[in-house]
Design a protein around this ligand. Structure first.
Ligand code: GSH
Length: 217
């Protein structure tokens, strides 16, 4: 059955791979599933046709026959459950991989998104200069712990899993801030993720659409 995902017609990052369709593309590449992409404009994603797929008018969405999903956590979980390659066989190891997916989305991503909001959406506000160090420290709190847990391992819990896919995808957003470089083990972890052939294919696919269209840097 053909899998169709949605992505920005023009991503604000101009193809740096930060739009969340990249993590879904990566998951599909890891498990070897072909997919098609429906591009949506910023205006179209708030119109009824897209709102039927995504109640909040965001991307990405995932269609597989009658099944329509939104939220990258749910989409990647579904992909990992349906196809070999992203979850371990052992039930406990699988539960731990899911735990890392949630940790990425619920514990690590929120302060990182706060930084994105502080820099881009609210960067012109008078309080921004005072607020930025606080936001960055909240991210550092998470990175210190994550780096300690990862230590010298390649991946968070044994072999590469959907937990790593999600964590690397979330950490990638930090590159421009320089914060990742303060944590060499995490910087190397992200680089390992980016070096996976499946990630490279996912990145190249979104870049082919977005190259040269940067709006937000
Ligand atoms: N929690 C959602 C977040 C989805 C999301 O924020 N998507 C962004 C693109 S990466 C979007 O559509 N932004 C456009 C907007 O905010 O209008 C997920 O993981 O799927």
């Amino acid at each position: 059955m053909t899998i169709i995902i949605t992505a920005f017609e023009r991503s604000p990052d101009g193809g740096e791979g930060l739009a969340r369709d990249t993590r879904v593309r990566w998951a599909l590449e890891e498990v070897g599933q072909p997919y098609e992409v429906r591009l949506v404009s910023f205006r179209a994603k708030k119109e009824p046709a897209h709102l039927r797929l995504h109640p909040f008018g965001l991307i990405p969405t995932y269609e597989e026959g009658d099944l329509v999903l939104f939220e990258t956590g749910a989409i990647v979980l579904h992909i990992a459950e349906q196809h070999a390659g992203l979850f371990p066989e052992d039930a406990s190891a699988r539960a731990r991989a899911i735990t890392w997916m949630f940790a990425a989305l619920n514990t690590v991503e929120p302060p990182i998104l706060e930084l994105v909001t502080a820099r881009f959406a609210e960067g012109d506000k008078p309080w921004t200069e005072e607020r930025l160090p606080l936001v960055k420290d909240r991210i550092r709190d998470r990175l210190v712990r994550l780096s300690a847990r990862l230590s010298d391992a390649d991946w968070l819990d044994g072999d590469f899993s959907a937990g790593d896919l999600m964590m690397v995808s979330v950490l990638l957003r930090l590159r421009a801030s320089g914060l990742l470089d303060e944590f060499p083990k995490l910087a190397a972890y992200v680089a390992r993720g980016e070096a996976r052939p499946a990630y490279e294919r996912a990145f190249a696919a979104q870049l082919a659409i977005n190259a040269g269209h940067s709006q937000a840097g």
